[in-house]
Design a protein around this ligand. Structure first.
Ligand SMILES: NC(=O)c1ccc[n+]([C@@H]2O[C@H](COP(=O)([O-])OP(=O)(O)OC[C@H]3O[C@@H](n4cnc5c(N)ncnc54)[C@H](OP(=O)(O)O)[C@@H]3O)[C@@H](O)[C@H]2O)c1
Length: 354
């Protein structure tokens, strides 16, 4: 069978351009025992893909994608042929062979850092794509950081960066639901309004301001106790400067550095760790798979009751995947960026809500 897949055409030199990616027809291999053929329905568009488009990735992280080879990422689809009795034809599954229309997936295949193995999904009355978003990897990442790493409680004053995005919006609302005072930052006045008005955060600011350090100090004059870092760089330095003694940082990502062509300088104020007895834990969602049932129970409950809101930006068709990725990296999304594949046309919906 021939099917379309997204490949790296040229390595980006700085910010990603749509022409760095290309769609190629590939011949799918026949199924071996334990394999299934999946027709993908939803693709998750994630910042981590940008790291793997570089010629080298950080030690300990997933390897770079070779030029001309298919990309991979999280996806949801339907089994249309099966050589594995656990995953019959018609079953809805999530897996890590996204960025393509069809995928041959081994039931016992590899994962993306512990997450993304072939998994059956029963969405019930819920939107199936939520199992890539608030009830899937975005939710698990937010839950791992807020609950598993930071252990946020009502005594906390928490700052969440990139707070209007998929992980950030969930992390900020989860911290709020757990009783903390929450500050969110994002990249535009519209997003700042979204954080304050739609998500109900206690305070929000646009990081394109004169001083991020002063913006955090203004929002939390007595300091913050916890920081959920999606951005790194100047945001991390601002967090260190505003931490109360004994403060904690959950390092989830460092998107400000993903498309830099030279390593970014580290924060100049690292001595704050010593002076204030701070702690910083980096984490990957895949190390917190054991929290998935708790996460789905808690976030699922908040979604059903309306306490947590989740927004999506949906692009249609594999042809739109390069534009989806560039838009997400440029901050044009609010909430989760997805590509939907079961519609024939290539078009863009903005801020489509489930
Ligand atoms: N540790 C893990 O297991 C794990 C898993 C998933 C994701 N992550 C990390 O979590 C973070 C958020 O991921 P996501 O999937 O939820 O993406 P997202 O937040 O939905 O989209 C990325 C957002 O990052 C912001 N951004 C881009 N460049 C920036 C810059 N230079 N400075 C500040 N903000 C910038 C943009 O929003 P603005 O308009 O606000 O700039 C953009 O909307 C990323 O760092 C990602 O790598 C980690």
């Amino acid at each position: 069978m021939i099917s379309n897949t997204l490949c790296l055409a040229t390595r980006p030199d700085g910010p990603l351009r749509t022409e760095d990616l290309t769609i190629v027809e590939v011949e799918l291999p026949p199924l071996a025992r334990g394999d299934v053929l999946v027709r993908n329905r939803w693709l998750s568009i994630d910042p981590s893909i940008r790291i793997r488009l570089n010629a080298e990735t950080p030690d300990g992280y997933l390897p770079p994608f070779p030029v001309g080879e298919p990309l991979s990422g999280l996806a949801i689809g339907t089994v249309i042929e099966s050589a594995d009795p656990e995953h019959p034809v018609g079953q809805l599954v999530s897996h890590m062979h996204g960025y393509r229309e069809h995928a041959v997936v081994a039931a016992e295949g590899s994962t993306l850092g512990g997450y993304g193995g072939l998994t059956a999904i029963d969405p019930g009355e819920l939107p199936e794509q939520w199992f890539l978003g608030p009830l899937g990897s975005s939710g698990l990442t937010a839950y791992a950081g807020i609950v598993g790493v930071l252990g946020v409680s009502p005594d906390d004053i928490v700052w969440v960066s990139a707070a209007a995005g998929a992980v950030g919006s969930l992390a900020a609302q989860l911290a709020k639901a757990r009783g903390a005072r929450v500050i969110g930052s994002a990249g535009s006045p519209t997003k700042v309004r979204y954080l304050s008005v739609e998500l109900g955060l206690d305070s929000a600011f646009d990081y394109h301001c004169e001083s991020i350090t002063r913006a955090v100090a203004h929002a939390a004059p007595d300091g913050i106790t916890a920081y959920f870092d999606n951005v790194g760089g100047d945001h991390l330095a601002a967090a260190l400067g505003n931490m109360r003694p004994g403060g904690r940082i959950a390092m989830c990502g460092a998107i400000s550095g993903y498309d830099l062509t030279a390593p970014a300088p580290g924060p100049a104020n690292l001595f704050q760790f010593v002076a204030k007895g701070l702690r910083m834990d980096g984490f990957r969602a895949g190390s917190f798979n054991h929290l998935m049932p708790d996460m789905q129970r808690e976030i699922g409950g908040y979604l059903r009751s309306g306490r947590i809101r989740f927004d999506e930006r949906v692009f249609h068709g594999l042809d739109a995947a390069p534009a989806a990725m560039v838009a997400m990296l440029n901050g044009e999304n609010t909430g989760k960026t997805l590509v939907r594949l079961d519609t024939p046309e290539t078009s863009i919906d903005t801020d489509e809500r489930p």
